[in-house]
Design a protein around this ligand. Structure first.
Ligand code: PMP
Length: 289
């Protein structure tokens, strides 16, 4: 059987995804003037459903608002659902992107054509479900007073630099800390620790307000507060979390190795049930496709 050609949503219509192209004067290509989301759909008993879709699109709306990029969450909702249906996806990663397109080479966004697309792929796992090994980044996270922690395209150059450096040093992922020794986040995931059975969510103004992080705080009653690298290294368990990574146990930070991670594994399983609609109290987080 032939695999059906992937369908994407582009500026109001479903199109063959492989044929989409962007012009060479695309503003976002030169200056990063776009905003995106990473969302997931899961197979549930009643069909595919998108986890916390309104929250993802609200964050995207806030990002678009930073540079007056037109963005309509209702239209984006329809675009996401239409793309998932067209591709007959059940477990899927969803990538909406809105950006400023063709125009002059000037910085002003005015005069550039706004575009939006949605692409979906069968689910890939960010940290491959394995226990991650983190290197402490020499790069600092974009400070929030220079670049707000939203999913703005240009902001991810910072994540690329840190991830490349971590990988060159033999780690899987980078852990950002600030100048005062506080933990910020990873390149595409937030950080939690477990100490004496208590779960703590790392809070930092330069970190993306993660939806998985918010979900886990709601599920566990975890305290959200500033955490130093020293405290993280002293924890019993550490995990990273994000839409793609889900709940990813950390095996190692630099030369500090963590042992078994029973609390993390329990949370991993709980999160897995919640996103698949198996926890009645949290089904309101799912939008049926
Ligand atoms: N931090 C960064 C920098 C990210 O890109 C992501 C992924 N969106 C996260 C944290 C986790 O956020 P979420 O749980 O909303 O996916």
């Amino acid at each position: 059987a032939h695999a059906a050609k992937p369908v994407a949503w582009f500026d109001g219509a479903l199109v063959e995804g492989d044929t989409l192209q962007a012009g060479l004067t695309t503003h976002a290509l030169h200056y990063g003037s776009g905003v995106f989301e990473g969302i997931r759909a899961y197979a549930t008993e009643t069909g595919a459903a998108v986890f916390r879709l309104p929250e993802h699109l609200e964050r995207m709306r806030r990002g678009a608002g930073m540079f007056a990029l037109p963005f309509d969450p209702a239209l984006a909702t329809e675009a996401v659902l239409a793309t998932l249906r067209a591709n007959r996806h059940r477990d899927a990663y969803i990538r909406p992107l809105a950006w400023f397109g063709e125009g002059s080479f000037g910085l002003d966004v005015e005069g550039h054509v706004p575009h939006m697309m949605v692409a979906t792929t069968a689910t890939q796992v960010h940290l491959n479900g394995t226990r991650a090994r983190l290197g402490v980044s020499r790069w600092r996270r974009n400070p929030a007073d220079s670049l707000p922690p939203l999913k703005l395209c240009g902001g991810y150059v910072n994540s690329i630099l840190a991830k490349r450096e971590a990988k060159a040093r033999g780690f899987d992922e980078a852990l950002f800390t600030d100048r005062d020794g506080n933990v910020v986040e990873c390149t595409g995931a937030n950080v939690f620790l477990v100490k004496d059975g208590r779960v703590t969510a790392v809070e930092h103004r330069d970190a993306l307000p993660g939806i998985t992080r918010d979900t886990l705080i709601e599920l566990t009653g975890a305290q959200s507060r500033a955490v130093t690298l020293a405290e993280l290294l002293d924890a019993d368990e550490v995990f990273a979390c994000g839409t793609a990574a889900e709940v990813a146990p950390v095996a190692q930070i630099e030369d500090r190795e963590y042992g078994d991670n029973p609390v993390t594994r329990e949370l991993q399983a709980l999160y897995g049930r919640v996103v698949r609609g198996q926890e009645a109290a949290h089904r309101h987080w799912l939008t049926e496709v």
